[in-house]
Design a protein around this ligand. Structure first.
Ligand code: AMP
Ligand code: MN
Ligand code: MN
Ligand code: MN
Length: 278
């Protein structure tokens, strides 16, 4: 009997709406048996989450979701089961977080040029963890300020490539991110591959090959970003390359997520689960 895992979710330590303890308690109440908290470019919620998991009687795995630049895209690499005190990893995460502030100023400037002033200051009012500003905080402010109906509407109209509030940004490289994760004893998972606007099947194969060549360990096969057909395809991609499979709801909070904590089917048969590498 396999345990119920959820290895991708967010708290107020990045762009989620619930505190680390609230995320853990909600996961436990929904039947999650092993949880990883994976805040963007951050590990400062893990201590609180670990204590809450012990109190709730569920298993806990350290996590973080690293922002990476690959070719002309941003991709996300979920780190799992690492030493959260590792200095090199923490220095890398700090450098990514610091880059976010300058990027947020440029997003603010871009929105001002499109006729929406005050967005940088507005987004900062929604920030819940010092020095971590994300597009989600801009989205929440744009909704509050009446520019959009909801967060999903913001991403359609403003904050994605080709829209007025999108700016280019250099994150970590794939080898850097995977190197930091391995240096801290962790496992590197390519998050929600179905979300990336790669150039067809060849583009996806290139991304997975580059991820594998850089030492990546697993692919997030089950994700709210994937259809059942995509999950089967990514499981096949993973098997072909000797990569394991991960699963995660990518939960951000009530009313803002496609899936709630633990709302995932079992992994497809015949694939190695990422937890066999913990
Ligand atoms: P950032 O790391 O600052 O680029 O922000 C990325 C975050 O924006 C993601 O982790 C999601 O939480 C959120 N996001 C991205 N695309 C969408 C979308 N289409 N709808 C809702 N939220 C999104
Ligand atoms: Mn997010
Ligand atoms: Mn992501
Ligand atoms: Mn995420």
């Amino acid at each position: 009997m396999t345990l119920r895992y959820d290895l991708h979710c967010h708290s107020t330590r990045s762009d989620g709406l619930l505190s680390p303890s609230e995320v853990v308690r909600r996961a436990a109440s929904r039947g999650v048996e092993v949880l990883a908290l994976t805040d963007h470019d951050e590990v400062c919620g893990l201590e609180e989450a670990r204590h809450a998991a012990a109190a709730a009687g569920i298993g806990f795995v350290t996590g973080s979701e690293l922002s990476v630049s690959w070719e002309d895209l941003t991709v996300h690499v979920v780190a799992l089961d690492f030493d959260a005190a590792d200095e090199t990893l923490n220095a890398g995460l700090t450098s990514i977080r610091e880059g976010r502030t300058g990027r947020a100023r440029r997003i603010g400037d871009a929105l001002a040029a499109a006729g929406i002033p005050g967005a940088f200051e507005g987004a900062l009012r929604f920030v819940t963890s010092e020095k971590l500003v994300s597009r989600t905080h801009f989205a929440r402010w744009l909704v509050e300020a009446g520019h959009c109906r909801d967060v999903k509407d913001v991403f359609k109209r403003y904050l994605v490539p080709g829209k007025p509030g999108y700016v280019e940004h250099e994150w970590a490289t794939l080898p850097q991110a995977i190197g930091w994760i391995h240096g801290a004893g962790g496992v590197a998972v390519l998050a929600h591959p179905g979300r990336y606007k790669v150039n067809g099947e060849a583009g996806m194969a290139k991304l997975l090959d580059d991820f594998t060549a850089a030492g990546g360990d697993a692919v997030e096969v089950l994700s709210p970003s994937h259809t059942a057909v995509q999950s089967a395809q990514f499981a096949a991609h993973a098997r072909l390359r000797g990569l394991a499979a991960s699963t995660g709801s990518d939960y951000h909070g009530p009313g803002e997520s496609w899936l709630d904590l633990g709302d995932l089917p079992p992994l497809p048969a015949g694939i190695e689960p990422v937890w066999s590498r913990f």
